[in-house]
Ligand binder design. Structure first.
Ligand SMILES: Nc1ncnc2c1ncn2[C@@H]1O[C@H](COP(=O)(O)OP(=O)(O)OP(=O)(O)O)[C@@H](O)[C@H]1O
Ligand SMILES: [Mg+2]
Length: 392
């Protein structure tokens, strides 16, 4: 399964590489053996230079390194490592009663230090802690990338849709009066062509003026046609942005909830996630779908009083998976239920809502082969339900 959007997968971390750098061969060998008994494969280097050479061939995640080594000492090696491989965590081993070295190590970017003689279990704990730190950093990085990608996607979609909507509206609004001008000019021309009009003064000038009106109207019409054409070709590009793949909807929903949790917490709103199936797989574009879900969650947060509740409920069947965003907020008056999907319809204060959220979201859901529906009762709450196909 190509669950590529997954930002919390850390299954590979167990296979993290460790490099042990120490000039005492015997010590190194015992440690490597004991680590391997605990499932940790460690490479070895007898000094800093060899360690750097090894890293060039194969970067590692955690380094356990002696401070006192011939030629390039541990602190110096540490500086090189941190400079070239900032994500690598280094645990320094210092001589007994030389805390100073340990402190210097920390200052130079070491994860931590242990004093020799080291206690094996303690070293193991430190290695695990360093691994956890790397895992957290990786998850955070992926979360940031995920957020950035959705933000970019939203900006592109919003721009295209807003532009298209405005341009189409303007083109139609202009075409109507243009048609009236064209017809009226034609009508005046016909009247001027009648024999009884042949004697009116400056008739050729009138005819010329009418011709000019007609040519100008033609030009304006061509411009609006071009505008509509541009909009059509631009919106034809939207499907190119869609990357369909198998997606674990429960995971994706969890990731979206995590992104709005802070906003919800300001109003003490609890957002929960329920799914009968632990792995509800759908065929969709995770980034586009995340945009829809974020829009729905944001709407629910904005429509719910402090202390409210939002539930995301996923139900799966063989054919399709449905996802509902339920809130116990203000609800939507019946007369607005059809309008909410129109562009620029918003009941929110200027600057809070543009009214494009549901218009874009419903467009995306259709593009993804799904269906979106709404059910709402004023003062009780609102439920938006999306049904998505399971297979391509
Ligand atoms: N969960 C909800 N509860 C109550 N009203 C809602 C809910 N979701 C949407 N609405 C109503 O539908 C309108 C349109 O929503 P939409 O998401 O399209 O625009 P918006 O939220 O006003 O602005 P934008 O999403 O562009 O920032 C909202 O202004 C609000 O009146
Ligand atoms: Mg909205």
């Amino acid at each position: 399964m190509s669950d590529s959007h997954n930002i919390s997968d850390s299954s590979h971390i167990g296979e993290m590489n460790v490099l042990l750098v120490d000039d005492e061969k015997h010590f190194r060998e015992i440690l490597v053996k004991r680590l391997s008994q605990r499932g940790i494969i460690a490479l070895q280097a007898s000094d800093g230079e060899e360690a750097l050479r090894l890293l060039e061939e194969k970067p590692v995640d955690v380094i356990v390194m002696d401070v006192k080594m011939p030629r390039m000492n541990g602190i110096e090696t540490l500086r090189h490592v941190k400079d070239q491989y900032p994500a690598t965590e280094v645990i320094m081993l210092t001589g007994h009663a030389s805390t100073r070295d340990g402190v210097d190590g920390i200052k130079a970017g070491a994860f931590d230090y242990l004093t020799k003689p080291i206690e094996f279990e303690q070293l193991l704990r430190k290695i695990r802690q360093a691994q956890n730190k790397i895992r957290r950093a990786e998850t955070e990085k992926k979360e940031i990338e995920f957020r950035e990608r959705i933000k970019q996607q939203m900006a592109i979609n919003e721009r295209l849709v807003a532009l298209g909507t405005i341009a189409t509206g303007v083109a139609h609004e202009i075409n109507n009066p243009l048609a009236i001008i064209q017809d009226s000019a034609g009508w005046v021309k016909q009247i001027l062509a009648k024999p009884e009009m042949s004697t009116i003064p400056r008739r050729p000038d009138f005819e010329k003026a009418l011709d000019r009106i007609q040519t100008s109207v033609d030009r304006a019409r061509r411009i609006t046609q071009q505008l509509l054409h541009v909009v059509k070709t631009q919106s034809a590009e939207i499907p190119d942005l869609v990357e369909m793949t198998e997606v674990n909807l429960r995971k994706l929903a969890g990731e979206c909830i995590a992104l709005v949790e802070l906003e919800a917490s300001y109003k003490e709103i609890k957002v929960s996630l329920e799914s009968s199936d632990p792995n509800p797989i759908v065929w969709t574009d995770p980034y586009q779908f995340a945009q829809v879900l974020l829009n729905l969650l944001t709407n629910s947060i904005q429509a719910t009083d402090a202390g409210g509740k939002i539930n995301v409920v996923i139900k799966s069947s063989e054919e399709q998976v449905s996802l509902a965003v339920q809130d116990n907020g203000y609800g939507i008056p019946e007369e607005n239920l059809t309008k909410i999907f129109e562009p620029f319809f918003s009941t929110k204060a200027v600057g809070v809502g543009t009214g494009m959220g549901l218009y874009i979201s419903s467009g995306i859901v259709t593009k993804l082969g799904g269906v979106m529906a709404v059910d709402s009762q004023p003062d009780k709450g609102t439920t938006f339900t999306i049904e998505l196909p399971v297979k391509a």
